[in-house]
Design a protein. Structure first.
Length: 106
């Protein structure tokens, strides 16, 4: 069984047992579980899929929070020829690692 969830403006296809990296967010201290209620579609092994308009009513996906992390370092360079203008910056995006536990259809 799989589900397509909406999180932070992006759509992610998840199945039970998947480990996904999501945008970092503030969670209360000691939170071990996160619930996604914006489910766009649910599909199963029977070949039928439930498509939401815009969301599937009553469906939810429960995930276990594994921890926080940082992505790879991105290097940003700006350059203008013949002007002596060079700038270099770096950036590391923070993420929240979540293991998908169960997918509940309505």
């Amino acid at each position: 069984m799989y589900a397509i969830i909406e999180d932070s403006g992006s759509q992610i296809k998840v199945s039970t047992g998947d480990v996904v990296d999501l945008d970092l967010r503030e969670l209360p201290e000691g939170t071990r579980e996160i619930v996604f209620e914006k489910i766009l579609a649910i599909g199963g092994g029977t070949g039928t899929a439930t498509i939401g308009r815009p969301y599937v009513a009553g469906a939810r996906v429960v995930g276990e929070v594994l921890g926080e992390g940082l992505g790879e370092k991105l290097r940003i360079a700006k350059y203008k020829r013949r002007k002596g203008y060079r700038r270099k910056m770096g950036h590391r995006q923070g993420y929240l690692r979540v293991k998908i536990g169960e997918i509940k259809a309505a």
